[in-house]
Design a protein. Sequence first.
Length: 367
Amino acid sequence: MKKTLAALIVTAFAASAANAAVVYDNEGTKVELNGSLRLIMEKADKKEYDRAGKSTKKTNSALRNAGSRFGITVKHNLDNDFYALGRLEFRFDDTESRDQFGSLYAKRAYVGLGSKATGDITFGRQLTIADDLTQANDYEYGIIPKGKYIPTSGTGVVRYDYKGIEGLQLSANYNFGQRHDEMGEPLKTKKGALDVNGDQTYVADPTGNIKNAYGVGVRYAQDAYDLRFAYGHTNYETGSSVASHRKDGFLASLGYKFADFTVTGDFGYAHEKDGSAKTNKFYVAPGFAYQVAPASQVYGNYLYERVKGETTKDKTHGFLLGADYQLHKQVVLFVEGKYVTTKEYVNDSYDGKTKDRAIGVGMRVFF
């Protein structure tokens, strides 16, 4: 069996034109291999202004990886309608080279048990329900900051999902402590010293280290409606048994489809308390998608976010617009662009702004 399975996996890799490949299906065991190659050719720039209006600009033109991945899913049928499952998914480190095809790392790695009647419980490196709390379309330049309100994934997550009622999904998760992301990079960084070339460097910011977190969420889709809601509570490390740093976040997403037109609304609110310092923030993001033809759609969304601390305030306006064309059920082309501006205030006085722009043409080939 091991030799046969190995040979089938090699064959599946060699066959470039394939759907998600079932490499083994026998005696209640099913093994599937899938993935996608994702590339984008883009031009991007980021311009920062200080309070006096002096600016610094960084530009980038590249043909790069845009989230290429491959993975294997295993499911074993057990007694009484129960099953065991596992998923291992690899991606490329995007910090090691200009084309972002760096070393392979495990983006997802989890196991679990489940049944249709009772739901699934999974353990490991995986997403949370908060990752589903947007309905605005995007391929590469998503501008909705949901992950800053509730963790959308983790390296040590216990997750439960119930889908026993048609159209309804209930979910809950617990995140163990985390200091680095899946690539080993710090969860949060802050500005460090300038390097020998005068460029800004960034160092780990321990205020972003997660002590633990939990969340609950619900999705309900019926006819033309799609309704989603999630709540999350995050505790951060403080290095003290007395001080506390926590955040409570709420996310909601509404979608309605009529004919070939879909309208969406994504919303978020969070209250963060670090010692005696408090920060409140929210965002509103309406969006649309229009199916121009069976193989093509245009889409877009707008973002307004406000973050208000004790003495600081940030206001962000963002726009995203794109279009795609499906050459094959496993091949899609797209063009997408974004324009995001953030203004910063200290004691209600203007303290600078940042403009972040990008446009790209991309292609995804699935297998």
